[in-house]
Design a protein. Structure first.
Length: 151
């Protein structure tokens, strides 16, 4: 269990690092150029992953795009669009209010969304300890953003 916790923890660290690097890139050039460069490398990385990592082990995935397009639904676009919003939004917000405030607020939003998702989709009513934990996180987000909220 401890090792599995390290994966999302490391992803969280990498998310902050990506935001800081994108903010620095955006300040040196522009956020539009940062998004373009990010998109290029996401595409290149995904291509290498698919060509050498997945297709070699699962050749049946070659026709996956055709299967997806055959029964295409608009919501299939949403994960990519949301990823774009995150990659663009986190660095912009960090340049406005700082990385700590952005990520404390983001984690709070994720916790609330998780409670709602579990309740609505998984039919799991939130336990009191989880609700208290989310309230503490929201209080932390409020305290971390207090200077920003005052103006």
């Amino acid at each position: 269990m401890t090792l599995l916790f390290l994966i999302p923890f490391t992803l969280g660290l990498l998310g902050v690092l990506q935001t800081i690097l994108n903010r620095s890139f955006g300040e040196q050039f522009s956020f539009r150029e940062a998004v373009w460069v990010n998109g290029f490398f996401v595409f290149a990385s995904a291509t290498v992953y698919l060509d050498y990592g997945v297709m070699a082990k699962s050749p049946d995935l070659v026709d996956a795009p055709y299967r997806v397009l055959k029964d295409f639904k608009f919501w299939y676009c949403l994960p990519g669009i949301l990823g774009f919003v995150l990659v663009f939004g986190f660095p912009w917000a960090a340049s406005q209010i700082g990385a700590t405030r952005v990520f404390v607020a983001a984690v709070s939003g994720q916790l609330i969304a998780d409670l709602g998702f579990d309740w609505i989709s998984e039919n799991q009513r939130p336990e009191w300890l989880r609700i208290i934990g989310v309230c503490l996180a929201l209080a932390g987000a409020f305290v971390a953003n207090l200077k920003t909220l005052k103006g």
